[in-house]
Design a binder for this molecule. Structure first.
Ligand code: BDR
Ligand code: CA
Length: 310
């Protein structure tokens, strides 16, 4: 039995690998892809999601565009990591996967209603679309099995000292989603910084040898270079697929049930995720938070998914 999943994303190099990991994994049934403004503006993230599926030969999964920007803030983007078009590196093919005319929330709502069982949502960008869905169609909440999100950190940030990018772009959306009561798992930088694209990992993925792997290697070349330039991390951390691993290979990601709060007002700390691992606040746990990763098992899963694609 596979888990029906929707991936809500802002591709982005690592989002592309998350899409491939989900599309190629036998435990998951990718039933829709939705996009949000994040790493780059919405027009690029939507086109890039279609390119990711086109390259991988995935033609039966609808892709639709969602929110262009956060609930109440101005969109901030990350071209310095992902390039002007969001997928710096390879020459991008014209996508043959079409853009679905429905909005992201319409597509998600249709899929939730039609599914025989509750659907999991994997979010790898700012969670604006999910917040809009839960705000406008709360009756659909019980059709969502769980939400697994790449973002936040139990430690420090990557866009301000204490905020991770996906949390920082739309913290109001994140707070709304966490407060929904739907099972929520945060996969933050504290764990994704272990998913490093070392030269051995690059060689292993490239050796898969199919079209997806070749395109992926060009993405990783660029991604590692910009991570080196910006963060001094030549083995770039491939954040987003780690969120997919939580569902695809639950044994590979260690989780703790704890208290997650989101800083909305801090002058220096807006978008910071406060994770009360030691129970200091004595508040009810409201989230699962990733704290460990079986790095070899993770890469083996990504590799096997890529190998199942075109
Ligand atoms: C997150 O921000 C984006 O740049 C990546 O795609 C990832 O989702 C990492 O902070
Ligand atoms: Ca992302």
């Amino acid at each position: 039995m596979s888990i029906p999943v929707i991936v809500d994303c802002d591709p982005g190099h690592d989002d592309v690998f998350a899409l491939w990991f989900a599309a190629g994994h036998p435990s998951l049934e990718l039933i829709a892809v939705t996009t949000v403004g994040g790493n780059v503006p919405l027009a690029h993230t939507s086109r890039n999601a279609r390119i990711a599926l086109t390259v991988a030969g995935v033609h039966d999964v609808p892709v639709s565009a969602g929110a262009a920007g956060p609930l109440s803030r101005t969109l901030a983007t990350a071209e310095w990591i992902h390039g002007e078009n969001g997928l710096g590196g390879p020459v991008l093919p014209e996508p043959t996967v079409p853009l679905d005319p429905r909005s992201a929330t319409e597509l998600i709502a249709d899929k939730l209603r039609a599914a025989a069982e509750p659907v999991a949502i994997i979010a790898t960008g700012p969670v604006t679309n999910i917040a809009v869905l839960l705000r406008d169609r709360p009756e659909l909440a019980d059709r969502i099995r769980e939400i697994v999100w790449m973002g936040g950190s139990t430690e420090r940030g990557n866009v301000t000292p204490y905020a991770e990018f996906n949390a920082w772009v739309d913290p109001e959306a994140l707070a709304l989603v966490v407060a929904s009561g739907i099972r929520f798992t945060m996969v933050g930088l504290n764990v994704t910084h272990r998913a490093l694209v070392t030269s051995a990992v690059r060689a292993r993925l490239a050796a898969v040898g199919n079209r997806t792997a070749r395109f992926g290697d060009e993405l990783l070349e660029f991604f590692c270079r910009t991570n080196d330039e910006v963060f001094g991390m030549p083995d770039g951390p491939l954040h987003d697929p780690v969120a997919v691993a939580v569902l695809a290979d639950p044994a590979s990601v260690g989780l703790v049930h704890t208290r997650l709060d989101v800083e909305l007002a801090g002058a220096e700390t807006a978008g910071a995720t406060s994770v009360d691992l030691d129970g200091m606040l004595r508040r009810e746990p409201n989230a699962w938070v990733a704290t460990s990763l079986d790095v070899d098992g993770f890469w083996a899963g990504v590799e096997a998914s890529v190998a199942r694609l075109a």
